[in-house]
Design a protein around this ligand. Structure first.
Ligand code: SAH
Length: 394
């Protein structure tokens, strides 16, 4: 097997079983390693540290498969997949949904592999050259273990270009029987567009938070910002909200939101759907003197790289400040950030800054995080990307 030797002062993170090795940590590398090929990793003193996949074009040159001398073959992947499955079986009753994340990449010890399940329909993403290298083996294992109806690769992701991989989406196995797959989460039915929707079709990471919202909205006037296909809105309706306003920039998402209301036999009389930009609409509402009892802010990732932290932070502050101004006394704000590069501490400070500028007394009631199927390995804190707060506005 080809070898990579690390610099003496750059071994620490591998010794702590962090799965990533950056290009700057590499002292010596064998010639002609193929993109994605499995390599052995050694310390500068030639001590064996483990095996990883080599990514030729990425700053993250290696992602570790194992910190032991293991063969990376079908049995290796079978064991890892079954381990992840075992955990999902444990929590299945708790999440109460047939749509969930089966494999969460680094956090389930298979770097770069996402597997989301919608009933018996599987959607996969390969985010790393090493995972792509073993794609056929991994897909065969998934088919043998789970007997899915269909396996779709949603590899139409820009991040793949950094790995030297092409962007594509394909049906790898079986047949996609409908454009919209119906799933159920905590008693609410959803249509999921696995072929054209965001991510693998749905934001599975917000499951528990959507359910939580249903407990706080009885007879309330709710504003759901960045509503996508209406997750938080459907749970607001379940919780007997008096009125729900949705703001979303994607027309196709709003169409599915409306279908989702009908699917659940909910009347559409209570909802108002605004196709627009949250930043602009919130400003307009402020100028009109509108007010709400509950506001949900679940924006897309504003921060993709370190240089965007400052600008992204301004975006988060802006919407939080506007939301606080629009909330009635004792109004509730569910506010989130899914930017991995934003720490919980920074997000907490941004919310605090927004409260100061809005001239409101605000209390944190509860800290929120990602769904329990979105595991975080202790060696990979980056996996814990979603943070949120439930706040009350005085
Ligand atoms: N809360 C949703 C997921 C939200 S994802 C759920 O539980 O399913 C973020 C959504 O914000 C996406 O649907 C995206 O289309 C939308 N979006 C992104 N930028 C926007 C903007 N400036 N104004 C309105 N919507 C926006």
């Amino acid at each position: 097997m080809k070898k990579i030797i690390l610099k003496s002062d750059r071994e620490k993170s591998v010794l702590r079983h962090h799965p990533w090795i950056f290009s700057g940590a590499i002292l010596k590398i064998d010639d002609d390693i193929e993109n994605g090929e499995t390599v052995e990793i050694y310390s500068s003193e030639k001590k064996f540290l483990g095996v990883g996949g080599y990514s030729k074009y990425s700053q993250i040159n290696v992602r570790m498969w194992s910190f032991e001398d293991e063969k990376i073959d079908n049995l290796f992947f079978r064991k890892k997949i079954l381990d992840a499955f075992e955990y999902r079986n444990l929590f299945n009753k708790k999440i109460n949904s047939n749509a969930f994340r089966m494999i969460n990449a680094e956090s389930d010890f298979i770097p770069g592999l996402i597997v989301d399940v919608y009933e018996k329909n599987f959607v996969v993403q390969f985010l790393f050259a090493g995972t792509e290298f073993h794609k056929k083996t991994i897909i065969d294992e998934i088919i043998n273990i789970f007997e899915p109806k269909v396996v779709i690769e949603r590899n139409d992701l820009e991040i793949r270009t950094k790995e030297g991989l092409k962007q594509e989406k394909n049906i790898l196995f079986g047949k996609l029987e409908t454009d919209l797959i119906e799933v159920e989460e905590n008693g609410i039915k959803f249509f999921v567009d696995v072929w054209n929707g965001h991510k693998t079709g749905a934001y599975l990471d917000q499951k528990e938070n959507r359910f939580l919202v249903s407990k706080f909205v009885n007879k309330k006037n709710v504003l759901n910002c960045f509503s996508y296909t209406g997750g938080f809105s459907l749970f607001s309706q379940l919780g007997n909200a008096q009125k729900i306003t949705n703001i979303e920039s994607s027309k196709s998402a709003i169409k599915i939101l409306e279908k989702n209301f009908v699917l659940n036999n909910f009347s559409c009389d209570n909802i108002e759907n605004i196709e627009g930009d949250v930043f602009q609409v919130l400003r307009k509402y402020r100028d009109m003197g509108k007010s709400f009892d509950v506001i949900i802010l679940d924006p897309p990732k504003f921060i993709e790289s370190k240089i965007q932290i400052e600008k992204g932070s301004r975006g988060y502050k802006d919407i939080n400040l506007l939301a606080m101004k629009l909330l009635n006394k004792n109004g509730l704000l569910f506010t989130f950030s899914c930017s991995g590069l934003m720490t919980k501490e920074l997000f907490q400070k941004i919310v605090a800054d927004a409260a100061l500028d809005a001239k409101k007394n605000v209390q944190f009631i509860q800290q929120l995080s990602q769904s329990i199927d979105h595991t975080t390995s202790t060696n990979f804190p980056e996996g814990n990307y979603l943070k949120g707060f439930l706040c009350i506005i005085k």
